[in-house]
Design a protein around this ligand. Sequence first.
Ligand code: ZN
Length: 93
Amino acid sequence: MPTYGYDCADCGAFDLVRPMAEAGAPAPCPGCGAPGRRLFGAPALRSLDPAVTGAIDASARTAEAPGVVDRLPASRRRTRYTADPRHLRLPRP
Ligand SMILES: [Zn+2]
């Protein structure tokens, strides 16, 4: 179930985990019990797949100062661009 933000007029903002079907209804404040109205904010990006959050973090970390590498990334698979066997005898860089 997702977490929604609500605002109590007396106690302030609070978060509540509720079913999506009940998200729009006023939520009882945990402090005073008065109904709190829903707040709309940014989505909780930390609940994404760890690979996605890692890519977002790496992108933000290197946005201003790109990372420095000292070698090319290792290639796991060699791609053959031609089937002509004479090309295999050509010099390699
Ligand atoms: Zn309250």
